[in-house]
Ligand binder design. Structure first.
Ligand code: TMO
Length: 313
C-alpha cells in the first residue's frame, strides 16, 4: 500500500485540498507580438516560462492598439507591455468597456517622446526645450520637408499624435512616420557619421540609450486629459499640446477570463516584473546582437534564472 491508499483507507481526506485547485486549461495561452524588440523578446521569455509551467502557448502578430480590444474579447490572453505614453488611451478605453484586467506594473519607469542624439545639441544649444528646438527647425530641413524641420516619428500604430502636437504648438516641423523601428535606428546611425542634427521618436527602456547618448525634448509637461480636453495644456483650443508622460508606467494586462481558465499561469503573470535594465537587455539581444527573438528569450532565461524561477508554481 502506498501512502495515498493508506490515507484513503483510513478515511483521511488528505487529497481534498489538492483537488480544490483547478488545473489550467490545455488550450493555448495566446500571446500577442508587436513591432518593437523588447516586447517581442519579453513575450517569448514569458511564453517559454509558461511552457515550463506546463502551459501551451501560441503567438500571434497583432496591431499594438487593436490588441486591447482583442484582449477584452479573449481572442488574445494577455499583453506584457502596456506603455502609458503609446497605449494608455487604448488600455483605458478597453478597461471602461470591460473584459480586460490590469495585472499590475513592471518595476520600470518609461518615457516615449521626441529625442535627439547628443551631437544635435552642439548645433542647437538651447535644447532640450521644445521652443529652442523649434527655433532650430531649419537645421532639420530636408528636400522632403522644404524649409521646415523633419521629425521622424514611430510607425503609425504607436499613435504618437506627432502631427497634432506640431499643429497645437505651432511648430515648424513636418512629421514623417517611420515604417518600422529599424528605420529609426537607421536614421540615427546614418546621422552619426557626420554628426548631422536629427530628431526622432525614441523611448526608454531601450537598447538605444547604451549606444547613442541623447536626451528627450522637453515639451509642456503631460497633464491627464491633455489628449481628451482641449482646455488642458498651454493651447486652450487643441488636444495633444503636451509631451508624453516623463515617468510613465509599464503594465501587464489580461483577459478577465484568464484567472479562471488558467489559474496557475495567471498567478505566474501576476508575479512577472521586469526592470528598466532587464528590458533594455532584451531589446539589445535582438537589435545589437542580432539574435532571433526566440533564441534571445532562451539566452535571457538562461542568464537570469535567479529572477524568474521563483515566479513559477
Ligand atoms: C511603443 N514603444 C515602446 C515603441 O514606444
Amino acid at each position: 500500500m502506498n501512502k495515498f491508499t493508506t490515507a484513503l483507507t483510513a478515511g483521511v481526506l488528505t487529497l481534498a485540498p489538492l483537488s480544490a485547485f483547478a488545473a489550467d486549461s490545455d488550450d493555448p495561452i495566446v500571446i500577442p507580438i508587436h513591432n518593437w524588440s523588447s516586447q517581442i523578446v519579453m513575450s517569448n521569455v514569458v511564453g517559454q516560462m509558461l511552457e515550463q509551467n506546463g502551459n501551451a502557448v501560441e503567438y500571434v502578430t497583432t496591431d499594438s492598439q487593436a490588441v486591447y480590444e482583442s484582449v477584452r474579447l479573449g481572442d488574445v490572453t494577455l499583453e506584457l507591455e502596456v506603455w502609458e505614453g503609446a497605449f494608455g488611451a487604448s488600455f483605458r478605453a478597453a478597461l471602461e468597456k470591460g473584459g480586460i484586467v490590469d495585472v499590475g506594473d513592471h518595476n520600470a519607469v518609461t518615457r516615449e517622446d521626441w529625442w535627439y542624439p547628443m551631437w544635435t545639441k552642439d548645433a542647437c544649444p538651447g535644447l532640450p526645450s521644445w521652443e529652442a528646438l523649434n527655433d532650430c527647425a531649419a537645421l532639420f530641413a530636408t528636400a522632403e520637408t522644404g524649409d521646415k524641420g523633419r521629425y521622424l516619428d514611430g510607425p503609425v500604430d504607436w499613435l504618437k499624435h506627432g502631427q497634432e502636437r506640431v499643429e497645437a504648438l505651432g511648430m515648424d516641423f513636418v512629421v514623417v512616420n517611420a515604417g518600422s523601428a529599424a528605420a529609426l535606428w537607421a536614421e540615427i546611425g546614418s546621422a552619426e557619421a557626420d554628426k548631422r542634427p536629427v530628431v526622432v521618436f525614441n523611448w526608454t527602456p531601450n537598447f538605444a540609450e547604451a549606444v547613442w547618448p541623447g536626451e528627450f525634448v522637453e515639451f509642456p509637461e503631460w497633464v491627464d486629459g491633455c489628449d481628451k480636453d482641449p482646455a488642458v495644456g498651454p493651447n486652450p483650443d487643441a488636444l495633444y499640446d503636451c509631451g508624453n508622460p516623463a515617468t510613465g508606467y509599464l503594465k501587464k494586462a489580461a483577459w478577465d477570463g484568464m484567472a479562471d481558465k488558467w489559474p496557475s499561469a495567471y498567478s505566474v503573470l501576476e508575479k512577472v516584473s521586469f526592470t528598466n535594465p532587464q528590458i533594455a537587455e532584451m531589446a539589445k539581444l535582438v537589435d545589437i546582437d542580432e539574435m532571433e527573438p526566440e533564441e534571445a528569450a532562451e539566452a535571457w532565461l538562461a542568464d537570469n534564472k535567479d529572477i524568474w524561477e521563483a515566479w513559477l508554481n
